[in-house]
Design a protein around this ligand. Sequence first.
Ligand SMILES: [Zn+2]
Length: 64
Amino acid sequence: MSFPLPQPSQPPAHRQEVCAMCGKAAGSSPIVEKLDGEDYAFDSESCALLFKRFRSVYGKGFFP
Ligand SMILES: [Zn+2]
C-alpha cells in the first residue's frame, strides 16, 4: 500500500507573464505594451508588433 506524497503548497503567487501573441512564457523581463488601457506582455518585440497589427486589422474582439 502506498500513500501519495504530500503535495507541496501552492507555488509562490507571483504572476507568470505569458506572451499575449504566442503564449510562450515571457520570462522575467517581458515587453509590456499598453493598449486601450490594458497591459499586454510579450516575449519579444516581434510578437508585440504582430499583436498590434492583428488588433488593428481584426479589432479588439479578436483577442480575449
Ligand atoms: Zn510571443
